[in-house]
Design a protein around this ligand. Structure first.
Ligand code: MF3
Ligand code: CO
Length: 250
């Protein structure tokens, strides 16, 4: 069942999303060669708590941190560690969730560590472009496949791999709600209604589509060890333009 959010729900989600955006703002400042992903996690935890919110990921199915930090060939769900120290040329996807007033904001962004290769640059630019192409389709009267197709078209144009085992999802009181949203065309003609909120999150690879879960049972990597990028926003559908929940509020 897909929940339609009330005005009051949306206010709270907007606040949760603002807090997630505040954390991203901090991440952007501190991502540089030499910092460990554990330090990033500590900063995220502190910003979330300082804003009277709850780190949504912490303890979720036993997940041990407040954010996911996925470096280079890691696709999603990388676990922060003091052993993982960023170095020049890395790309890192940071996924952040915050719960405020009982509602969740969920957003991921990929960051360059210092100077990166043109191929990694293209991967990141294209994945961000795919996210916004998907977001554009998030409006009442469209179907889920409009979002998926738009994402796939951008990925195909740049001949990037599309991660198939993971995708977007409804979000609200719970981080993962109906519907599931594929990042490629499936023919899903589920109608989008105003008040639906979906986390749209393309994960694209420089190499092939295939991914595998590592022995820590969380970290997902590309099978061919080529880099992967991930961009995600929590988005509200209305009769009019889509509304981003996970940006800074003025
Ligand atoms: N934002 C991620 C997603 O949409 C959730 C992280 S999984 C967790 O799937 F277990 F770390 F919380
Ligand atoms: Co998500």
């Amino acid at each position: 069942m897909i929940h339609r959010k009330s005005r009051e729900d949306i206010k709270r989600m907007r606040h949760a999303g603002h807090i997630v955006a505040l954390v991203h703002q901090e991440m952007k400042k501190v991502v540089e060669p030499g910092i460990s992903t554990k330090e990033l996690d500590d900063i995220a935890f502190r910003v979330i708590k300082a804003n009277r919110a709850i780190p949504t990921f912490l303890g979720y199915h036993g997940y041990p941190a407040s954010i996911c930090t996925s470096i280079n060939e890691q696709v999603v769900h990388g676990i922060p560690s003091e052993k993982d120290i960023l170095k020049e040329g890395d790309i890192i996807a940071i996924d952040i969730g915050a719960t405020y007033g009982g509602f969740v904001g969920d957003s991921a962004w990929s960051y360059a560590v210092g100077k990166i290769s043109p191929e990694k640059e293209r991967l990141m630019k294209t994945t961000e472009e795919a996210l916004f192409a998907g977001i554009k389709q998030m409006r009442a009267g469209n179907v889920l496949d409009d979002i998926s197709s738009a994402i796939e078209a951008v990925a195909n144009r740049e001949k990037l791999g599309i991660v198939r085992q993971y995708g977007g999802h409804g979000v609200g009181r719970n981080m993962h709600e109906d519907p599931f949203l594929f990042n490629y065309k499936t023919g899903d003609n589920t109608l989008i209604k105003s008040g639906y909120v979906i986390a749209i999150e393309p994960m694209l690879n420089l190499g092939g589509d295939d991914v595998e879960v590592m022995s820590d049972e969380w970290t997902v990597c590309t099978k061919d060890k080529q880099p992967s990028a991930h961009f995600e926003h929590t988005v509200l559908a209305t009769e009019d333009e889509p509304v981003l929940m996970t940006t800074l509020m003025e």
